[in-house]
Design a protein around this ligand. Structure first.
Ligand SMILES: Nc1nc2c(ncn2[C@@H]2O[C@H](COP(=O)(O)OP(=O)(O)OP(=O)(O)O)[C@@H](O)[C@H]2O)c(=O)[nH]1
Length: 375
């Protein structure tokens, strides 16, 4: 096991994404890859023909050089064009990463090919450097969506092909070794920049997620807050209209909770609320949602359900609260909960269902508490 300082450095270099955010992160990477892909494609479509033109104007031997280099450049232009078409036809989807990888791969082969041709047109350091930069930026931007993990794919094969191409061109590999310093430096630069960029993206993603989460969760219990639940209710309502499914809303409120606060203090009241939140979350399915609606009122949304199963859930909640004492710093406390249940009917919106659940809760309180009423 690495020490804490080493672990800290490793975390900085290779930040990990919490499991709960992995699918959000994949989405974020997809969007990132699409954006980078479009920028790279546009750049390639402008820059490569420009190089072709410069070669044509600068070199006397341009017929031979131009044709050879055009053959290396063409495979780069094709994925660049495809990316722009896909972006236009399919703005969403799984295509951005593989296409971006293909583009970087083609770019690397282009560089390797033109490098191997160096024997043919020596003395072009400016253009050579510029092409190296394209390679670096291309590989870096792809790798930036996944850090160093893509580097072996992008650089591996093309760099293995380099000695083969060089010897095919009749180059003495030992003598040419000094020229390999240049691409090697570019690879190292690309790795460092890719990792830095990837780190930046991950940190941005984590910060945005944390912000989003804190705006949508209740700080005391960690449950969804009212704003988040409003979004969930709207989504449930839309789903129910599309698929003719029903959803249930349970409004739950501890009985005589004020007495807990008055007798033992607000902190003990908070401990009860935290424990209650655990019990509520454990009583429903993963696709259901539990929120702190306000104060000691909790709202539960049951997806794709009907009156009887929803009633059973409400009764289960009532029992997990009433049948087991709450362990607090002031000792064990025996508490009960009242619940109001409503199922969506016809075209009524989610707000109307919540109002009915609220009225049913009021009935449960009026009828003696520690019970479930249906609205
Ligand atoms: N500890 C704590 N108490 C809270 C919090 N939010 C609301 N409360 C308390 O919850 C209590 C709600 O009391 P009431 O609405 O009068 O109801 P009750 O005593 O539970 O009685 P019934 O609901 O009629 O059974 C009040 O004492 C509020 O101060 C909180 O975040 N922490």
């Amino acid at each position: 096991m690495p020490g804490p300082r080493v672990q800290h450095i490793l975390d900085l270099l290779f930040p990990s994404i919490p499991t709960a955010w992995e699918s959000d992160f994949r989405n974020y990477q997809r969007q990132l890859a699409r954006r980078i892909g479009v920028v790279a494609a546009v750049a390639v479509l402008f820059i490569l023909p420009a190089f072709q033109l410069i070669e044509f104007l600068l070199y006397e031997d341009h017929h031979r050089i131009g044709l050879r280099n055009a053959l290396w450049r063409l495979p780069v232009l094709i994925p660049a064009l495809v990316i722009l078409v896909l972006r236009w036809r399919f703005p969403l989807g799984d295509w951005p990463r593989p296409m971006l990888l293909l583009l970087a791969f083609a770019m690397m082969f282009m560089m390797v090919g033109i490098f191997a041709n160096e024997k043919v047109y020596d003395g072009a350091p400016v253009q050579y450097t510029a092409q190296g930069l394209i390679m670096t930026i291309g590989a870096m931007s792809v790798a930036a969506t996944r850090g160093l993990r893509d580097i072996p794919v992008i650089y591996g094969l093309p760099l293995l092909a380099l000695p083969l191409l060089l010897s095919h061109n009749g180059v003495d590999l030992i003598a040419a070794a000094v020229n390999l310093i240049y691409p090697a430096v570019m690879v190292v630069v690309a790795c460092i920049l890719a990792e830095l960029l990837y780190n930046g993206y991950v940190q941005n993603f984590i910060a945005a997620q944390q912000l989003r989460q804190s705006a949508l969760t209740d700080p005391l219990t960690g449950l969804l807050n009212r704003r988040a639940m409003d979004q969930e209710l709207a989504a449930a309502h839309a789903l129910s209209r599309r698929h003719h499914q029903r959803y249930a809303v349970i409004m739950a409120d501890l009985d005589y909770f004020k007495q807990v606060n008055d007798s033992h203090g607000h902190d003990v009241g908070d401990e009860v609320l935290v424990e209650l939140a655990h019990r509520l979350s454990a009583s429903v399915r993963a696709e259901d949602r539990v929120s702190r609606w306000g104060g000691e009122e909790f709202l539960i949304l049951l997806q794709n359900t009907d009156k009887e199963p929803a009633y059973l859930v409400a009764e289960k909640v009532r029992q997990v609260v009433g049948n087991q004492d709450f362990k607090t710093s002031a000792g064990r406390l025996s508490l009960t909960i009242s619940l109001g249940l409503a199922i969506n009917e016809g075209t009524e919106d989610a707000e109307a269902v919540v109002t009915r659940a609220d009225k049913a809760l009021y009935e449960a309180k009026r009828n003696g508490r520690n019970r479930t009423e249906c609205g």
